[in-house]
Design a protein around this ligand. Sequence first.
Ligand SMILES: [Zn+2]
Length: 577
Amino acid sequence: MVGVPAAEGQRFRLPAWIPGSYLIREFARHFVHVRAESAGQPLPIVKEAKDTWRAAPATAPVTVIAEVYAYDVSVRTAYLDASRAYFNGACVFLRPDGYEQVACSVEIAPPAGAEFVNWRVATTLPSDGAPAHGFGRYRAADYDDLIDHPVEIGDFALAAFGAGGVRHEIAVSGHPHADLERLARDFTRLCQWHIDLFGGTPQSRAPFDRYLFQITAAGEAHGGLEHRSSTSLLCRRDELPMRGHEGINDRYLNLLGLASHEYFHGWNIKRIKPEAFTPYDLARENYTRQLWAFEGITSYYDDLALVRCGLIGEARYLELLGRTITSVLRTPGRHRQSVAESSFDAWIKFYRPDENSPNAVISYYAKGALVALALDLTLRSTRATSLDAVMRELWTRHGQTGVGVGEHDIAGLVTELAGRDMHCFFERYVYGTDDPPLDALLGAFGIDWHLRATSGVDDSGGKAASMPPPQCWLGARISSDLRLQNVFAGGPAERAGLAPGDVLVAIDGIRASTSSVNALLADRAPGERVSVHAFRRDDLTRLDVELQSAPLDVCYLTPRANATDEANALRRAWLGP
Ligand SMILES: [Zn+2]
């Protein structure tokens, strides 16, 4: 039947979303023009739905030619200009109905012109004749495989290293002066740690035949997308290490954390998958309440791997953890939405944030990471088992077999490994909105938990205050143009009637500026009232705001000086190599 178009006319569809990014993106909107041919003659082709085309009946093979607009600097779509080209198959490859399981062939042609002579190809699509990093023919086992190997084309820098017995490559676009030897050295250590975690022994073997990090440095962007044997990372230029630079600054640490995150997905979500994704339905939303596990556990391990593999020390890790805790404490939406609900509604809430999101939505990444931390510390504190053992068992039962993880499989597995019923943990912290008791759990590992108020706009937590925090707050996040970005439920601004989008004009008759708002609050006490002038659209209003105590929404963690031997032993077993 291969090569024979459907009798009623062959249908071609485009995915509505790309696995790993849970938003309906309707890639078909970038299809500018589509035409078809058969036996060398034009064949009529019409649209039947936003993502579906149907060619007229034909007896000979059908060729479809599509013109696609590609100018999105993102890891999810496609991009083309004179500096580079990049595409994900999900947004450019039409899928013929009935041919989902059929092997595919991809011919990548070089652009004409002397300025492109140095262009190469970086992808994990297997070669079907194309030379290494060259233009030519590539292949994929089926459509699912075809769209899981993004393709980078351009004059990128390339480095290679070995980990888990497998060749890994790093292709860097947009920064010819990055220190690739340094990247390769640090990535080797990081990747081998992940491989050993799932393999269960030192120097374990990787579960893929090869791996590629496609890194693009561009503007202010920072993000990544996981694939079965590669990942696309987008970062700021200054996140890449430069030749001659020693140590790991906060920007490079960001990139290492991102690479660690996407690499962990090579196991957790690309191979250990929720039932709802086996197989994916690319036409519509695929609902699961388990993104907290696939993204949250991955977020927990991304930074943890950095300390466990020895790239950073314990103090640095505790600072990163303090920042994650701070981001959750600053989100009152955690009292309204559980991480299970947040997972389910990712398509309409987490991926489509608005001005009310902090009041209504919790990140299944950040809180999911804290649930994973609480679970790991709970299991380790009884010395019965650990989250590492849970992940290895998930790998054995689901990753290596391809059997999807059911809604309650993780709770059941944890109960089995812990030797006691752990369902209550999941009811409270995954399906319920309770905060995990991290203060007490970390205490048992010799780590002290401190809370304080936010000291300024750049305060992302994780450390003691660099300046004394104000006593009061307005209960709103204010942008540099004095617009209220978010107004927190129950806070002074909301109680007074201020709303997101309002622009502050004056406080107590004095013209507002970012610094005057902070200065004004610095010497006020909770309960005092201030007069606020603000514009809502083009209407000027005046409101009385009763100030409240600033919430203690910043966490930082410190090793306890006089921790017991038992606590120190637990901490070493958790954070040690
Ligand atoms: Zn992720």
